[in-house]
Design a protein around this ligand. Sequence first.
Ligand code: SAM
Length: 218
Amino acid sequence: MLHRSFAEIAKGQQAASIDGILADIGVSSLQLDDAARGFSFQADGPLDMRMDPRGERTAEQVVNHLDERQLADVIYEFGEERRSRRIARAICRSRPIRSTAHLADVISAAARPMNQAERRIHPATRTFQALRIFVNRELEDLQALLEAAPRILKPGGRVVVISFHSLEDRIVKDAFREGAIKDKHFRVLTKKPVTATELESDRNPRARSAKLRAAEKV
Ligand SMILES: C[S@@+](CC[C@H](N)C(=O)[O-])C[C@H]1O[C@@H](n2cnc3c(N)ncnc32)[C@H](O)[C@@H]1O
């Protein structure tokens, strides 16, 4: 059991030595449901959001120290939030912000739902996702894992990734496709992502957004 970022998966690993990689990425229910970790706007807690508590950057530092334009860019890029500028301005005007509830209130006041679809999700959902991805360098780490996989997998070895939002899934899809068409080191096993059945989603609503993709090293 190695406690380190999966971006370092190849560290100390011989080339073509691994049979398979299963990466179930993103945040865990244990982390989301622990208010003290600060991932969720459902319960009040410190603005932390570090997946690895040894990480140097917390969401509180990002929210209180990034300049307004950088903050808007983070919210737009990693949250796909069209109201990013308005939310970033409201956050900067409300500093210092120390808790998840305070941040969620500031965002809710600034980001009134503009249509039916937005009324279905909490106004803070996308911004909290954006801050979490930024604090934990989630997309960079995923890229690094996908770049290392073909090097450390044995021929016939497989890499399987379970992702939970479109930004992650797009990176996995592109990496497998490029690995098959351009680099010729992968055979894509999932033309379409494998998703949870209705039964599984009813039993575990968080599985609803999960997408599994797999590729085999040739
Ligand atoms: C979706 S959860 C996995 C849940 C687990 N499969 C289970 O059934 O309990 C993803 C886990 O990956 C961890 N994680 C996220 N990014 C990581 C990274 N770059 N390196 C190592 N672990 C990471 C998170 O802290 C979280 O615990």
